[in-house]
Design a protein around this ligand. Sequence first.
Ligand code: FES
Ligand code: FES
Length: 277
Amino acid sequence: MPNESRRHFLKVIATAPMAAAAAGSLTRCDDNINPSPSVTVGEVDQAGQLKIAPSQIAELQQVGGSALLASSNFGTPILAFHQADGSLGTVSGLCTHVGCPLGYVPSHSYIECPCHGSRFNLNGQVLRAPAVAPLFHYTTRIEAQTGNWVINTKSSDDRFTGVMAGKIELQLQNIPELNSTGATLAYTPAGLNGPILIVHTDVNIFNVSDATCTYQPCIIDYDTVGKVLRCPCHNDTYDLATGRVTSTGPATVALKIYPVQYDSSSQILTITVSSSP
Ligand code: FES
Ligand code: FES
């Protein structure tokens, strides 16, 4: 039976102080944890689905096996793990602390980061710091006709709408995650290839950008003190209004910023992702 439970591909990014500053002083906690092996897979299709044949990935054939699935048109590797009930669990494969590839630990049914020991449950929720933000959690099912695993890389939460006629309209009264000033939220709308980051920068003022650093596939966050977008991996910063890199690198390419309009009476946030419908 397909596993169609409504798992949200949604990440509410914590607004705690950025963890990157502390990363340098942290040491690896558990020498026995290694990242899951990396495996190159096909492309994500237009519907946002990644199909994989279990027979073609040796690392996933046995219960307890895992792999970091790398697709040429999907920015972040997906950590896939073969669970005891035969289903495939899937979450984003890079740690939300400073972006290290993650390892699945079947003996304890959790996911652990080899770099500084962050730990996540199989839904991507943080079990142990220093990471504070959860992993993305993808819906996965088995295709009846082929027996292939189908990973849905898009949001399955109706509140988080996709692109229609070049725009995304979000009804913010249904999204309390964005209520407070400084709140941030990232998700991948249907119709886009990667996640966007929505920041409630000031009362009724929102900023929307791509959520993935232009240097490497790390998810950026909002620095409420400096009022810039910051990548936790190498600490690069981006200007909120223009997306321009405001630090010395390694990132050099500007982040894409999307025009937004917010109607405070209807509480609808409209994000323009393309000028031609
Ligand atoms: S990168 Fe630091 S705990 Fe994962
Ligand atoms: S990956 Fe973003 S600055 Fe290094």
